[in-house]
Write a new protein. Structure first.
Length: 310
């Protein structure tokens, strides 16, 4: 028997702590519960949204008429260099586990909030390493048919902050990695150094969804656009969205309780009881400024729920 909660506030399940109510809500701890929730939604023709830890969501102040299914299905199985990991596993738990097991390939992802499923959905990464680098296959379910599907890495259409799962409607159940052999002590030192850098940008307890806009892949931009951007601003083949936002004056601006960090122009923070409307309006203001100055249309890295696209 599913225990559905009515009018559950999104602000209670997002790191931004913004958002009106979800019509229905359920937290699932097993794959069977997740499947039952999806079956309920299909049988009642009710729109649904599967989320992880809510770290990459901006939800309308009006909420959403959806069944929100929170995936809390954790678990890691190790077989030599292979890890099979349930999609509701907190990403940091996976990173720490891999380091403890002397396995290299995920250590640079330390400090990234959210679950594994969300990380694969958005092909999360940091410091030149992405979740897809060591990924072998994804086990997913087709919610319409209940069929389990296995996709190999090259079938997942991974690109910068993108994957096929943003388009095909499949729900990620588990992920298989093949990692390299490393030394736990060295991996921990590397991870701790990265975490120290991240904590400067994302202090503990900060109410934000991470970087709001995606960085840009330099090779995909025209020569005309690239000529407007200093070459030294290109990092790991990307032009940070924060650099462009800074060049149009975004740092330190605010609207209501939403403010842009004075040390990073792509960091939008809820400093109190901020609203989705203020957040969206402030982000749109600088989206337009970047578009006017550089001819670039920034793309949100964050999922917008019940809000218009940029």
């Amino acid at each position: 028997m599913l225990k559905l909660e009515q009018n559950f506030p999104f602000k209670n399940i997002t790191t931004l702590q913004i958002g009106g109510p979800a019509s229905l809500f359920i937290a699932t701890q097993t794959q069977q519960q997740l499947i039952e929730a999806l079956t309920y939604a299909n049988q009642h023709n009710f729109p649904y949204l599967v989320i992880g830890d809510g770290s990459n969501l901006l939800v309308s102040d009006q909420g959403a008429s959806k069944l929100v299914i929170k995936n809390e299905i954790e678990g890691i199985i190790k077989e030599v260099r292979f890890l099979k990991v349930n999609s509701g596993t907190i990403l940091q738990h996976l990173v720490d586990y891999s380091i403890a097991q002397n396995l290299s390939g995920l250590q640079k992802l330390t400090g990234i909030p959210g679950t594994l499923g969300g990380a694969v959905f958005g092909n999360a990464g940091a410091y030149g390493q992405t979740i897809s680098d060591c990924l072998r296959e994804v086990i997913a379910i087709n919610p319409a048919t209940g069929e389990t599907i296995i996709l190999q890495n090259d079938e997942c259409e991974f690109e910068y902050r993108d994957s096929i799962f943003k388009r095909n409607g499949l729900i990620i159940l588990a992920v298989v990695f093949k990692l390299d052999v490393g030394k736990s002590k060295e991996l921990r030192i590397e991870a701790d150094e990265i975490l120290e850098k991240r904590l400067v940008k994302y202090p503990k307890g900060i109410k934000c969804p991470g970087s709001f806009f995606k960085n840009l892949v330099a090779e995909k931009l025209s020569k005309e656009i690239l000529s407007k951007i200093p070459k030294e601003k290109i990092v790991y083949g990307k032009i940070p969205a924060g650099t462009l936002l800074e060049m149009v004056g975004a740092k330190g601006d605010k609207l209501g309780d939403i403010e842009i960090a004075d040390y990073h122009a792509n960091l939008f923070v809820n400093s109190g009881k901020g609203s989705a409307l203020d957040f969206y309006t402030l982000a749109q203001k600088y989206y337009k400024k970047v578009k006017d100055k550089f001819g670039i249309k920034l793309e949100p890295e964050v999922q917008l729920i019940n809000l218009p696209p940029f």
